[in-house]
Write a protein that binds this ligand. Structure first.
Ligand SMILES: Nc1ncnc2c1ncn2[C@@H]1O[C@H](COP(=O)(O)OP(=O)(O)O)[C@@H](O)[C@H]1O
Ligand SMILES: [Mg+2]
Length: 264
């Protein structure tokens, strides 16, 4: 039997509040694909990730559905161990006083604030593994440091560690470099590339096309809840399609597998 896709969205209508973000959306992403989802602010990128992560559900209708890893009946907790997520949304849910290790081990609980109940719910082995993952990401020394005492880059690395504690097959990153300076962005992107090389399936959401690592070959370009283009990077990242997506004329350069947009 063929392997089930990571996600299979069929004819979906998706609302956020009273806004219809997607209508008749069809999209399939395989389990071993490296994908970038690109589009301007408000295009629907985060909404799409929330559908994959089962935080929001499409409108129930005939001939429509969402299957994740071949199933439509996921228990959210079970799914969290297969898909690791880094997003500003998740980061915002932590109190600024939460220490690094607590952020990371909370990945095991598939919940956020642990509010002192952590001790009894996380095993010593889990705690050890969390520290190992933190060490790999260069933040082990921040185990006791509250989020507010860390740089944005360090906070983001703790969040990545949180997403990785389950050793998920898939990593979903929603604008992971937002707010990071150049050095921190490059460092983060290098870490993401390492995840790809080590065999993880990465879905990277961004509106900066220069951040798409050369290892990612498929790009899904969206605008206003519509898939404008979906395919190989060289076919999707064209001046015409990007101009359409971003609503501005632009020039495109390609350097060492990266794409750069600059003003006309
Ligand atoms: N909680 C919400 N309630 C109502 N509308 C929302 C909510 N979140 C997002 N939207 C709207 O949904 C659309 C897509 O948003 P989003 O998926 O966050 O876009 P992106 O991540 O591409 O910037 C936008 O028009 C946005 O205003
Ligand atoms: Mg977003």
């Amino acid at each position: 039997m063929a392997e089930a896709p990571l996600i299979e969205i069929r004819n979906a209508t998706i609302f956020r509040g009273s806004t219809r973000v997607f209508d008749h959306l069809d999209l399939t992403i395989g389990q071993h694909e490296q994908v970038a989802v690109l589009g301007p602010n408000g295009a629907g990128k985060t909404t799409l990730l929330k559908v994959i992560n089962r935080e929001i559900y499409p409108v129930v209708a005939e001939n429509s559905g969402v299957r994740i890893l071949g199933r439509d009946d996921w228990n959210v907790w079970e799914l969290r161990s297969k898909i690791g997520i880094v997003s500003d949304d998740i980061q915002q849910r932590y109190k600024r006083t939460t220490p690094g290790l607590e952020v990371v081990v909370s990945g095991y609980l598939s919940s956020v604030g642990t509010h002192g109940i952590l001790a009894g719910r996380v095993t010593a082995a889990q705690r050890r593994h969390a520290l190992e993952v933190m060490a790999e990401l260069g933040v082990a020394e921040l185990a006791a440091t509250p989020l507010q005492g860390m740089s944005t880059g360090q906070q983001r690395r703790c969040l990545l560690a949180r997403a990785l504690v389950h050793e998920p097959d898939t990593l979903i990153l929603d604008e992971p470099t937002a707010g990071l300076d150049l050095a921190a962005s490059f460092d983060y992107l290098a870490r993401i590339r390492r995840q790809i090389v080590s065999g993880r399936n990465v879905v990277l959401v961004t509106h900066h096309l220069n951040e798409i690592p050369p290892d990612i070959q498929r790009v899904i370009l969206i605008r206003e809840g519509r898939v404008l283009a979906d395919g190989r990077k060289a076919e999707v990242l064209t001046e015409d399609l990007l101009c359409l997506a971003y609503g501005t004329k632009l020039r495109l350069a390609r350097v060492d597998g990266y794409y750069l947009a600059y003003p006309p």
